[in-house]
Design a binder for this molecule. Structure first.
Ligand SMILES: Cc1ncc(COP(=O)(O)OP(=O)(O)O)c(N)n1
Ligand SMILES: Cc1nc(C(=O)O)sc1CCOP(=O)(O)O
Ligand SMILES: [Mg+2]
Length: 208
């Protein structure tokens, strides 16, 4: 499976309607603390835009809703995995990405047979409080050596400029929130990300 090198993460369908039409091909809907009814509406709107623009939608956390709404890709963290029914997720043919922050979490993640592994925070992030120190760029290549052909997603404090560093170290994709959503001009910043990651987007996969 090939992931787009630019992985946008946003907290509403509004963002998806605004930025996906610019050419984003991989987006995560990461919403916290809203009702199930509202979540369903958000997922439906996000799914409709992604279908129209050929963008892969990944639903964070809510695997049951993702199945119900006909989505095909979810992201789960280690705590989400504890309650998740992996058999049900596989039966529904959902692809799965899993977060990791240390070697023990990587072992747990690999046990879930994920379609990608995420490593973070590579740099400090202002999005949420985290108990892990920044991993640093060396850890990205270390993780890639450990997971072999499985796609690696790097996350945490990534900017359009830093994206090139993680992609060079073997990440298949660089995930981003605030470098875009807190930018004075999110559309322009999205275009910069698309341009910066274009060489990886157009690169052919080399068989392992
Ligand atoms: C691509 C990607 N990587 C990591 C995360 C974090 O997932 P998690 O640890 O479950 O934390 P929350 O995002 O749910 O707060 C992610 N969402 N996406
Ligand atoms: C949601 C999330 N998960 C992380 C992890 O390390 O698992 S870092 C992170 C926040 C990413 O936001 P930004 O691009 O603004 O730093
Ligand atoms: Mg989660």
């Amino acid at each position: 499976m090939k992931l787009d090198p630019f992985y946008l993460i946003v907290d509403s369908a509004d963002w998806i309607e605004r930025l996906v039409p610019l050419g984003v091909k991989l987006v995560q809907l990461r919403i916290k603390d809203i009702s199930e009814t509202e979540l369903r509406q958000q997922i439906r709107r996000a799914r409709a835009v992604c279908l129209a623009y050929g963008c892969q939608l990944i639903v964070n956390d809510y695997w049951r809703l993702a199945i119900d709404e006909g989505c095909d890709f979810i992201h789960l963290g280690q705590e989400d995995l504890v309650d998740a029914d992996l058999d049900a997720i596989r039966r529904a043919d959902l692809k799965l990405g899993v977060s990791t922050h240390d070697v023990s979490e990587l072992e747990t993640a690999l046990g879930a047979k994920p379609d990608y592994v995420a490593l973070g925070p590579v740099w400090p992030t202002i999005l949420k409080k985290m108990k892990w120190q920044p991993q640093g760029i060396e850890r990205v290549s270390d993780w890639k050596r450990r997971i072999g052909a499985l796609p690696l997603v790097a996350i945490g404090g990534i900017t359009a400029e830093r994206a090139l560093l993680v992609l060079d170290e073997g990440a298949a994709s660089a995930a981003v929130v605030t470098d875009i959503t807190l930018n004075a001009d999110p559309e322009a910043r999205t275009r910069q990300w698309l341009a910066a990651t274009a060489p990886w987007r157009n690169r052919q996969e080399v068989p392992a």
